[in-house]
Design a protein around this ligand. Structure first.
Ligand code: ATP
Ligand code: MG
Length: 416
């Protein structure tokens, strides 16, 4: 073989691609009544768009970005996530001048240089949403409600919602101090990354997947115990709204997320069925990010769904339903072949999936092919049928046979 795909990327082929299409159209359908519009941002941005927002001491920025200099020497990065580009676009295009809240969704590839494994790739895909301009906790619950309804629509409604609050600039200093205190006595058990960064950003230790660091989570001070009264009130109100909407959730005080821009609410949707890669979707509030990008003080909240993990779950549970042709045109003789060729064009123009082959194979092997394609009907065209202006049909599911006028063929199939 001459060429192979790059490690950690994959081709999405039929029949899998049908699951992807289904998921994408479910997202569009579920998000629209919540007022979300699609936004498409470039797959590459200036590197600072990510370093400044995601945070210099995060795994993504420290070791996972695809960064290169373009021919003019500017540092460019393939987007590792969708929020920073959407916020960049929101500010650059003055979308904050539009009536608030503004709600956007995106669907597309993301790039992270991670160790490839089941459910973890270097090019992966996310469906994400961002809602700008509302800091009321009802918006947080609304976003979670939409995510729940989406998961219901694609048939994985039993996943667990975990929520937490990681506070704001007012709550962080005291917590940071408590964490640094706690961690400085345990530096030996930290991984080398966390040893380096725990003083700058102790939250990172809680998001670290290294054994020693994650073992610490149980005893570590919990940010939720350090919330200022505003953040505590916000979180309590969110819980109330989730309860009133009937959204089951669990508070996970250890869940802090791997991106620095989050404030207050963070959440994850997890499953046991995917092994170590358990997070199917994740998100949170980012009330300072628009301002950090040079925009006005506009709060935001969003989430991203990992499409590889989600489609894997759907495939495991429901299998893949591959579409099949409505009709296979089986022909005997050159005149019938010519007539079928034209008929197929007419059918396809009317949106009917019609198959036929150009090999001049025997009727028997044409039937075999129709079977393999799982065609609903075989239409048989021979000299006799042609002379009568008719086609004989056979329904493959039950062997039902009959004859119709050739002129009625399209109508016949359309009504099935
Ligand atoms: P994880 O904890 O599994 O590394 P994450 O916190 O880095 O996930 P986010 O940045 O929050 O993930 O992205 C949201 C979702 O995107 C994740 O919940 C996951 O489903 C998916 N995702 C993230 N990284 C990858 C990847 N490398 N390959 C496939 N899916 C991914
Ligand atoms: Mg990650």
């Amino acid at each position: 073989m001459k060429f192979r795909a790059i490690k950690g990327v994959q081709d999405i082929l039929p029949p899998d691609v049908y699951v992807w299409q289904e998921v994408e159209s479910a997202a569009r359908q579920v998000f629209a009544p919540f007022g979300y519009k699609e936004i498409r941002t470039p797959v590459m941005e200036f590197t600072e768009v990510f370093t400044r927002s995601i945070g210099e001491t995060t795994d993504i920025v420290e070791k996972e970005m695809y960064t290169f200099n373009d021919r003019a020497g500017r540092s460019i990065t393939l987007r590792p996530e969708g929020t920073a580009p959407v916020v960049r676009a929101y500010v650059e295009n003055h979308l904050y001048r539009l009536p608030s809240p503004q709600k956007y969704y995106y669907i597309g590839p993301m790039f992270r240089y991670e160790r490839p494994q089941r459910g973890r790739f270097r090019q992966f895909h996310q469906i994400g949403v961002e809602a700008f301009g509302e800091d009321d906790p009802r918006m947080d619950a609304e976003v979670l409600d939409m995510l729940r309804r989406f998961l219901e629509r694609v048939g994985v409604e039993d996943l667990g919602f975990e929520i937490n609050s990681i506070g704001c600039d007012a709550c962080r200093p005291a917590y940071r101090e408590a964490m640094v205190d706690f961690l400085s006595g345990r530096v030996d058990t930290l991984c080398t990354d966390c040893r380096r960064r725990y003083e700058v950003n102790p939250l990172r230790v809680l998001d670290c997947k290294a054994k020693g660091c994650s073992a610490m989570k149980e005893e570590a001070p919990r940010i939720i115990d350090y919330l200022c009264s505003d953040c505590r009130g916000h979180f309590e109100a969110l819980r109330g709204h989730l309860e009133s909407l009937g959204i089951p959730y669990r508070v996970n005080p250890g869940m802090v997320r791997g991106l620095d821009y989050y404030t207050r609410t963070t959440f994850e949707v997890t499953t046991e069925s995917l092994g170590a890669q358990s997070a199917v979707a994740a998100g949170g509030r980012y009330d300072r990010l628009v301002e950090e990008f040079g925009g006005p003080a506009v709060p935001g909240i969003g989430f991203a769904i990992g499409m590889e993990r989600l489609t894997m779950l759907i495939r495991d549970r429901h299998g893949v339903e591959e579409p099949a042709p409505s009709v296979y045109l089986a022909v005997i003789g050159a005149d019938a072949e010519a007539a079928a060729y034209k008929l197929a064009s007419e059918m396809r123009g009317s949106g009917i999936w019609a198959e036929l082959d150009y090999s001049g194979a025997s009727l028997r092997s044409q039937f075999k092919r129709a079977d393999r394609l799982r065609a609903a009907y075989v239409f048989i065209l021979g000299e006799d049928e042609l002379a009568r202006g008719a086609v004989r049909y056979k329904r493959l599911s039950d062997g039902l046979q009959g004859e119709i006028d050739m002129d009625d063929a399209v109508r016949f199939l359309s009504s099935q």
